[in-house]
Ligand binder design. Structure first.
Ligand SMILES: O=C(O)c1cc(=O)[nH]c(=O)n1[C@@H]1O[C@H](COP(=O)(O)O)[C@@H](O)[C@H]1O
Length: 292
């Protein structure tokens, strides 16, 4: 096949060739110290490049968490630019974990920062928040689609505080009676189904974040019905450090399993610079077995 490939199709190819483990690049101050790096822009850069090198040999997806780079201001951003560039050059799919959200032209500018081809921070996908309404991120949905980029919209996140808002039931709109998480997920599925070439895509280019620690049925997420077409990409943090067990993968995600990206940060990064490659290789095997 020639020509540019949609994010969903690239994700499908990565799943097939490199598996579904995503390594989070979260240079916490405590980890930097364990890794023998200073808590500085240089330290986060060296940490990130080391993770990229190890990930490129054993898995297909990385997710830098922008907050840990933003702590170091402009120099932190320069470090992140380099890490993203090297990760993409090594063939990794990069999900920028930025959790942006705003309205109209403001959110459109966030989309340009992280997804526009040629932007210094260009990634393959970004995390985004639609709590101002799914319509508030329409401009980014459109821009991502035309640039063959991906989005992961927060739906049912892994943190315990999220339930009160994400499980709240909508009073108005065409999705009245749905939970917030369910309405966001249905809206994302509808968007993917509405693309002109949807029938030929294995996965849509827009996914949702569904934390593995969340009780998804209480959030109104349907994990039992036939999967949507194209399939729904699901970014799944919560395994590892936050306590969810890979042995529960099927129970948690059910029919959504084929689209799930297992994302872990501290549980892998804690292996340190000398153990990181083995830790990624081992976890990638475990994720492959649990999701097979
Ligand atoms: O969007 C995310 O990646 C995310 C969503 C969510 O619901 N929960 C969640 O923990 N995350 C991110 O996933 C990473 C989890 O890190 P660990 O708990 O160390 O595996 C952090 O970068 C979080 O910001």
């Amino acid at each position: 096949m020639s020509g540019p490939t949609s994010f969903g199709d690239r994700l499908d190819a990565v799943f097939a060739t490199r598996g579904r483990l995503c390594v989070g690049i979260d240079p916490h101050a405590s980890l930097l110290s364990e890794w023998g790096q200073s808590d500085s822009a240089e330290g986060v850069r060296e940490f990130g490049l080391r993770v990229v090198e190890a990930a490129a040999n054993h898995t297909g997806i990385v997710k830098p968490q922008v907050a840990f780079f933003e702590r170091h201001g402009a120099a932190g951003y320069a470090a992140l630019e380099r890490i993203i560039r090297e990760a993409r050059a090594a063939g990794l799919l990069v999900i920028a974990d930025v959790k942006r959200g705003d309205i109209g032209s403001s959110v459109e500018a966030y989309g340009e920062a992280w997804l526009r081809p040629g932007s210094p921070l260009e990634a393959d996908a970004m995390t985004i928040s639609a709590y101002q309404g799914l319509g508030s991120i329409e401009s980014v949905l459109v821009a991502a689609e035309s640039a063959n980029k991906g989005l992961f919209v927060l739906a049912a996140t892994s943190n315990p505080e999220a339930a009160a808002i994400q499980r709240a039931v909508l009073q108005q709109s065409s999705r009245a009676g749905s939970t917030v998480a369910q309405a966001i997920t249905s809206g994302v599925i509808a968007w993917n189904e509405g693309r002109a070439d949807a029938a030929t895509r294995s996965f849509g280019s827009v996914g949702v974040v569904l934390g593995a620690t969340n009780e998804l049925s209480l959030a109104g997420i349907d994990t039992e019905s036939e999967p949507s077409r194209p399939g729904l990409p699901v970014l799944a943090p919560g395994f590892g450090y936050q306590g969810a067990e890979l042995s529960d993968f099927r129970r948690i995600y059910g029919a959504l399993g084929p689209g799930v990206i297992v994302s872990e940060s501290r549980s892998i990064l804690g292996a340190g610079p000398d153990g990181i490659a083995d830790a990624i290789a081992r976890r990638a095997d475990e994720v492959g077995a649990a999701s097979a």
